[in-house]
Design a protein around this ligand. Sequence first.
Ligand code: KMH
Ligand code: ZN
Length: 274
Amino acid sequence: MDKLIITAAICGAEVTKDQNPNVPYTIQEIAMEAESAYQAGASIIHLHVREDDGTPTQSRERFKTAIDAIRKRCPDVIIQPSTGGAVGMTDLERLQPTEVAEPSVGLDHPEMATLDCGTCNFGGDEVFVNSDKTIEAFGRIMIQRNVKPEIEVFDKGMIDTAIKMFSKGVILSPMHFDLVMGVQINATARDLAFMVHSLPSGATWSVAGIGRHQIPMAALAIVMGGHARVGFEDNLYIAKGTLAASNGELVSKVIRIANELGRPWLLQPRPGKS
Ligand code: KMH
Ligand code: ZN
């Protein structure tokens, strides 16, 4: 099995300090949370940014400031900005972080970014809209900018959409998926197996279990040969009724499980750094 790659989704766009005061908003808080996850063993930071008051933003400048602050603390980490942003944002707003360069590490654009492959309900009357036209435009722009997409899928139909986009040349192989379990499709072992068996051959995958499903889904990925995403974006608790103190605490829990189960894990997957 490949070494386990852990992604830390440190911030998200929806969770708030009212729910867990350790959710980062400011640049300094975001950089500190990224460092806590990196020090614990995360090799990818899935990044959303906020204004200081917690309002989600896709501002290019805010991402640049956050990425530079993270890079100072985490020299080898892969920074994966969100192009999902928050519900209701326009496509142009959402794409801004794919323009951020990091000359200090020789990057004209981020190494990775998310590419959400379908529309889904996000609770209440919130709908996260990703039309075929949006997916196609985002995929083509990511190819132009040499940004590796992490294909976010919230149900099996979104895997089929990604395969359709691959056939159109909008997504290149090898395809890498993040299977988000517990927003639309249930976070069960049966449904995770169904999703994994629906992936195109040669694809790699991580799983993001939502809420109390985060750690059980990560444990399944560890034994199934996938990779794991944890962090405040998807889950605020380290155990039932106990808020997580940091993203690093969640990453450490996954590392402990991986060690117990004998799955080696990878700290720094950037070329030449493993
Ligand atoms: N905040 C959600 C509306 C992504 O990062 O690409 C979208 C999201 C997915 O979190
Ligand atoms: Zn996200």
